[in-house]
Design a protein around this ligand. Structure first.
Ligand code: BDR
Ligand code: CA
Length: 317
């Protein structure tokens, strides 16, 4: 099978880890690089976490750090992130202390530029953190944007309400970057809370993954278990736990996993206090002249989705 070239831009994070495992373990994808963005933790910590994950699962793909901070927003959401991901960003598993791998000497934006320039095919960008690096890519590399197939992002929310109206952690952490991305004209698949809170894993799934018995399965099971405890006690217990970021990978591996998606206009507010960073989605398509700039996903085939994660874990060491 011909593998689709992808770049993962992430801020690991437990669910970013699952997204990486799903992508790197998939026979359908060729992960060209993992680039890091501050979000769940500052840049140095998310780079370290990304290196731990790729090293542990036996991948040799490039890891590179991007922006040091959000474009404009200076409010830190450390409390939210500690509640969901713990102090390290990947609490719940002891990775070997020594990492043989080093991050690239190049910045994420340069790494992406090289990949786009040298790729014969279009490349899909999977974004599972705040959109800072992606906005910088859009601004810095206008001549290479036609090499981007699509931006498949975990972010935003159309109807599922969190603490603030239409607030989702990634879009909210860097509203100005989110606005640049949503206004870029690039094809966007948006996997927001509307879909991620309908694809919940349970202890049964964790046990199934653990029963694979390889090294990757031990790490994935431990971290999914910890994330469920943290998430469900800090926020909302719906009888399972979302694995947000992995959703944005699944649709790239196999688009038929997406069973409800609607094109609509999505705007990011960057002006008001109350809605700063909100995704305002024209769900009913009432804004007749507004461009349908995003495909917003509402439902996955969950059985297929969780089987994909299982298969990827099994394919790794
Ligand atoms: C997003 O926020 C982060 O905590 C997760 O990694 C995910 O990308 C969910 O809102
Ligand atoms: Ca993330």
């Amino acid at each position: 099978m011909k593998r689709k070239p992808v770049i993962i831009d992430c801020d690991p994070g437990h669910d970013d880890m699952v997204a990486m495992v799903l992508a790197i373990g998939s026979e359908a994808l060729d992960v060209k690089a993992v680039t890091c963005v501050p979000g769940n933790k500052p840049l140095n910590k998310v780079i370290k976490n990304a290196l731990h994950v790729v090293d542990y699962i036996g991948s040799d793909c490039i890891v590179a750090g991007g922006a040091e901070s959000a474009l404009v927003n200076t409010t830190s959401e450390t409390d939210i992130s500690i509640a969901f991901h713990g102090e390290s960003g990947l609490d719940g598993f002891e990775f070997p202390e020594k990492i043989d791998r080093k991050p690239s000497d190049k910045n994420a934006i340069e790494v992406v530029a090289d990949i786009l320039r040298n790729s014969k095919e279009k490349v899909t960008i999977i974004a599972t953190g705040p959109l800072t690096n992606i906005a910088l890519i859009i601004k810095a590399l206008p001549n290479l944007l036609d090499k981007i197939e699509c931006i498949s992002l975990m972010g935003g929310t159309c109807r599922f309400l969190f603490e603030k109206p239409f607030m989702e952690y990634n879009t909210y952490t860097d509203p100005e970057a989110s606005k640049i991305v949503f206004e870029s004209g690039l094809p966007i698949m948006m996997y927001g809370y509307d879909v991620t809170y309908t694809a919940l894993y349970t202890n049964d799934f964790i046990n199934r993954v653990e029963s694979i018995g390889n090294e990757t399965s031990k790490m994935v099971a431990a971290l999914m278990r910890k994330f469920m405890t943290l998430h469900n006690s800090a926020f909302l217990d719906l009888g399972g736990c979302p694995v947000h970021d992995a959703c944005a990978v699944a649709g790239v591996i196999d688009p038929t996993v997406v069973i409800d998606v609607r094109a609509m206009n999505v705007k990011i507010d960057t002006k008001s206090d109350y809605l700063y960073g909100a995704t305002i989605c024209d769900y009913d398509n009432r804004l007749k002249d507004a461009k349908k700039n995003a495909n917003v996903v509402f439902k996955l085939d969950n059985e297929k989705f969780f089987n994909m994660i299982y298969d990827s874990v099994k394919n790794l060491k």
